[in-house]
Design a protein around this ligand. Sequence first.
Ligand code: ATP
Ligand code: MG
Length: 221
Amino acid sequence: MSVVELSDVVKRYRNGQELIEALKRVDFHAERGEMVTVIGPSGSGKSTMLNLVGLLDTPTEGTVRLDGQDVTDFSEDELTEERRSGIGFVFQAFHLLPMLTATENVELPSMWDTSRDRRDRAIDLLQRVGLGDRLDHTPNQLSGGQQQRVAIARALINEPDILLADEPTGNLDQDTGRTILDELTRLKEDENIAIVSVTHDEQLVDYSDRIVRLVDGVIEQ
Ligand SMILES: Nc1ncnc2c1ncn2[C@@H]1O[C@H](COP(=O)(O)OP(=O)(O)OP(=O)(O)O)[C@@H](O)[C@H]1O
Ligand SMILES: [Mg+2]
């Protein structure tokens, strides 16, 4: 069963009088242990689609399923709970808090949870992305690639089934981008998670199990 599935999804935005159809009857799915990359030009609907897969937004028409369960009509609270427990996000601009150390940034999404040793898990995750010697550094003491790795570790702290990444290599040079993609590939295998990335970067093609091309709101098979 697909860990996440969009069926016949339409997304329209209203801008005053203008109605923009950002996604036009899109079908999409991702499986555990798979890296799917959505490639398309600017304005083709990539971020819109990632927001729907990540339950940050709801479709105008169509169905969103997680592990086969229809979540399209879930309340805001129910969606928040599904997001928190099942989905990790890596945003292009990292969104790390500048006054916190790498370890504290990674711990942050699990702060509500007192039942487990989140500090140990944060340190373990940082070691696994090669930052075991940067645990107490703040973001301004880290390179762009290192900050991206902190963001990846943070996205994994709640043990998600799905990792979503908007332009995971966007701000990085080619070599650093390759390191990040190697790490994502390893994490995908170790944790058996689905990774869904959206990008214009053709470099991701070599690292992906499947490529989905999005043009003007339509998936080209
Ligand atoms: N909140 C919004 N209100 C109105 N129109 C929007 C909104 N968000 C996106 N759009 C429009 O929907 C279309 C798809 O936008 P989207 O952000 O999904 O593209 P994208 O593929 O992520 O582009 P980029 O590569 O530049 O990030 C664009 O035409 C955009 O202008
Ligand atoms: Mg975008």
